[in-house]
Design a binder for this molecule. Structure first.
Ligand SMILES: [Fe+2]
Length: 294
């Protein structure tokens, strides 16, 4: 049989070629449409998520506390700032008693973005119990995720009236007997739990804020609850499946309420994005937690 007469070497028939072209076109169109949906629709589809949590050791007689949580704003462009402003508005409308912010206000370039990010969130100072915040790994980066100076972000947050907890603790006046313990970033290796606990009264009900949820696996016992972000819930997911990818230190507790070795962890999907500016099957989350006695 001559070499060029083998069926494999024969050019596709016009009908088959048209079919293959149609498949390729549809795939390209589908991919483009999915990316456009993820970028223009779902990335801006902020959803309020309510979570009721019975907290072990909640002091007797202390009323329930309505906590607003935002995380991972990743303000690195005008669209992200607009999203952060809208998240703050949506959270205020939920009338929380107090607000906790769990890190990654920027993605990089703190001199460019820290102050605008803090300004976008500043309306939250109107919340009666105020705003307590911790830093995330991106707040410790300078340019292209190189280690930087988180002091720039911390100062910007303080200047709009937020309380920044960096290995520090504060009692919550609206919830007598409940203390908030805020760690500096685990990814950057800046956490110091012993230092953070130094002023906490014995017997206090302790709520831990730390950006990376998997810190729960190394945390000492004694915390009643941990609130974290960092994972973005995976950011890009397939329906009904666990996240395809989450960053280091968020693989064990990527989303929602889960139980760790010593205490429960709530991980919010957060608001912003890193890498491709899209979310799929993982919309941004404005979190409202109702904390009360177990
Ligand atoms: Fe992060």
């Amino acid at each position: 049989m001559p070499k060029n007469s083998r069926p494999d070497n024969q050019p596709a028939s016009p009908k088959r070629r048209r079919f293959l072209q149609w498949i390729a076109g549809a795939t390209l169109l589908g991919t483009g449409a999915t990316a456009a949906y993820g970028e223009r629709v779902e990335a801006n589809d902020l959803q309020v998520v309510h979570q009721d949590i019975a907290v072990a050791g909640w002091p007797a007689g202390t009323p329930p506390l309505r906590v607003g949580q935002l995380s991972d704003l990743h303000c690195d462009r005008a669209a992200a700032l607009a999203r952060a402003r809208r998240a703050a508005e949506m959270l205020r409308a939920q009338r929380p008693d107090v607000v906790f912010l769990t890190g990654d206000y920027i993605s990089e370039k703190p001199l460019r973005w820290a102050a605008p990010a803090a300004q976008a969130l500043a309306p939250l100072t109107a919340v009666p119990g105020g705003v307590f915040c911790i830093l995330g790994n991106h707040d410790w980066t300078n340019f292209r995720w190189r280690p930087g100076d988180a002091g720039i972000v911390a100062r910007a947050l303080s200047e709009v009236g937020f309380t920044v907890l960096r290995n520090d603790a504060a009692p919550l006046p609206q919830a007598p007997g409940v203390w908030l313990i805020g760690l500096d970033d685990r990814f950057a290796g800046k956490q110091d739990v012993a230092r953070a606990l130094r002023d906490v009264l014995p017997g206090a009900c302790k709520i831990l804020l730390v950006h990376e949820p998997d810190y729960a696996d190394e945390a000492p016992p004694g915390f009643a609850l941990q609130l974290s972000g960092h994972s973005h819930g995976g950011q890009i997911r397939l329906p009904g499946l666990p996240p395809l990818h989450v960053p280091k230190y968020s693989t064990h507790y990527p989303e929602g309420l889960q139980q760790g070795p010593h205490h429960p962890i709530y991980t919010t999907r957060g608001i912003g994005m890193i890498g491709p500016q899209m979310r799929l099957f993982c919309p941004p989350e404005v979190t409202v937690l109702n904390l009360h006695a177990a």
